[in-house]
Ligand binder design. Structure first.
Ligand code: SF4
Length: 350
C-alpha cells in the first residue's frame, strides 16, 4: 500500500506540536516528548514540555540533576515512574552515547517498543513504525482484522503494513501522518471515513463496518482498595510527609498511608504504632483517587501531635504546606479535605 495520498493529506491537516521540528530531530527533544506522551495527552504535553526544557535544556542537565528534581519537573503529568526512568536513562546515555537502532534503544531503561521505535524514527530516520493504539486501529480497519486492539498479532501486522508504506515514501513523516489520521479521522468511535485519504483501500470501510475493527479489548477487573491517610500537624503548623517506597507512588512524599486491608480501627492503630504515636485521630472524611485501573477510596484521619514528636528519618519529614517536595495530587486532595472539614467537624463514616 503506497502512502502518497496519506502524506498529501498530512501536509494539509497535520497537527502542530512543539516537538514536531524538521527531521532529523534533536534526539533529546524526541526522547523527552515521547516519554511524556507515554501516558499523557498530547495537548497537555504541549503545554508542559517547554517548562521541562527550560529547566533542563540538555540531556546532560537531566543526568546531572537529582532524581527528586526530575520528578518535581514532571509535576502535572502524573505517572512519576517515567521521570525516574528518564533520569537513569539520561545518565546512561551521557556515559555511553545514543544507540540509533530501535532494538538497541529498547534495551535502555524506560523505553518500550513504541518509544524506542519513535526515537529511532524521528531522531535517526529509522523506518520501523512506532505502533501505538492509533496505528493498530488503522491497520485493523484497513485489513479488516478481527483482532483485539492490544493483541501481539495485530501489532505485528501493523508493523509489517506500515513499514512497507514508510519504505515506499522514505520518510518517518508517514508515521506522524498515521498518528494524526487516527486522532482526528479514523477515530475509535464514529470514524470520518468520508474525509479519509485511505478509504479506497480500506476493507472495513468497504464492508460498511469500520467500528467493528479492532475487537474490543477484554475488560480488566477494576480494583477498589481502601487506604487510610493520617494528617499529622505539629504546633508549628507543619505536616508530616513520608517517602513512599513501593509502586505505584514510589519516590513521592505523602502523609502517612496505610494500604493494607482489614478493620479500619486495627489498621489505624497499626499505622500509629509504625509512627511511634498514641492518641485518638479524628475522622475527617473520605475521597476517591484513581491510579491507573484502580479507584482508591481514601479515609482521612487527623491528629495534632505535641512538640516533642520530632523529625525522624524513617518516619518522614515535617514540612510547611507550601514546601516544594515531589508529591502526588493525592496529597493536595487530602489537604483540601482537611481544610474543608475545619468548618464542619462532625463527620462520621457511614
Ligand atoms: S476509511 Fe474509515 S475506517 Fe478506514 S482507515 Fe479511513 S477512517 Fe479508518
Amino acid at each position: 500500500m503506497d502512502g502518497r495520498q496519506l502524506l498529501d493529506w498530512y501536509s494539509q491537516h497535520r497537527r502542530s506540536f512543539p516537538w514536531r521540528t524538521p527531521f532529523p530531530r534533536d534526539p533529546y527533544l524526541v526522547l523527552v516528548a515521547e516519554v511524556m506522551l507515554q501516558q499523557t495527552q498530547a495537548s497537555r504535553v504541549a503545554e508542559l514540555l517547554p517548562r521541562f526544557l527550560a529547566r533542563f535544556p540538555r540531556l546532560e542537565d537531566v543526568a546531572a540533576a537529582g532524581e527528586d528534581q526530575v520528578v518535581a519537573a514532571f509535576a502535572g503529568l502524573g505517572y512519576y515512574r517515567r521521570a525516574r526512568l528518564l533520569h537513569r536513562l539520561a545518565q546512561q546515555l551521557v556515559q555511553r552515547g545514543w544507540p540509533q537502532d530501535p532494538h538497541q534503544l529498547r534495551q535502555l531503561p524506560g523505553l518500550g517498543p513504541y518509544t524506542a521505535a519513535a526515537v529511532a524514527a524521528f531522531a535517526f530516520g529509522h523506518l520501523t513504525p512506532p505502533v501505538d493504539g492509533n496505528l493498530a486501529r488503522i491497520a485493523a480497519r484497513l485489513l479488516a482484522l478481527p483482532l483485539s486492539a492490544h493483541s501481539a498479532q495485530l501489532r505485528r501486522q501493523a508493523t509489517a503494513l506500515f513499514s512497507q508504506m514508510a519504505q515506499s515514501q522514505s520518510t518517518p513523516a508517514l508515521f506522524e501522518a498515521l498518528m494524526d489520521l487516527g486522532a482526528t479521522v479514523c477515530r475509535p468511535v464514529s470514524p470520518l471515513c468520508g474525509q479519509c485519504p485511505l478509504a479506497a483501500r480500506c476493507l472495513a470501510f468497504q464492508k460498511g463496518r469500520p467500528e467493528d475493527f479492532p475487537l474490543p479489548k477484554p475488560q480488566r477487573a477494576r480494583e477498589t482498595p481502601t487506604w487510610l491517610a493520617l494528617w499529622l500537624e505539629n504546633p508549628a503548623g507543619e505536616v508530616l510527609l513520608r517517602p513512599i517506597t513501593e509502586p505505584p507512588l514510589q519516590g513521592l512524599w505523602l502523609p502517612p498511608l496505610e494500604r493494607g486491608s482489614g478493620e479500619v480501627e486495627t489498621r489505624l492503630r497499626r499505622l500509629l504504632g509504625e509512627l511511634g504515636l498514641g492518641g485518638e485521630p479524628k475522622a475527617v472524611g473520605r475521597l476517591s483517587h484513581r491510579i491507573t485501573h484502580r479507584l482508591i477510596t481514601v479515609l482521612v484521619f487527623r491528629l495534632s501531635v505535641p512538640p516533642q514528636v520530632g523529625e525522624n528519618g524513617r518516619n518522614g519529614r515535617w514540612v510547611s504546606v507550601e514546601a516544594n517536595v515531589p508529591t502526588s495530587s493525592l496529597a493536595y486532595k487530602i489537604a483540601r479535605l482537611v481544610a474543608e472539614a475545619e468548618s464542619q467537624r462532625s463527620i462520621t463514616y457511614g
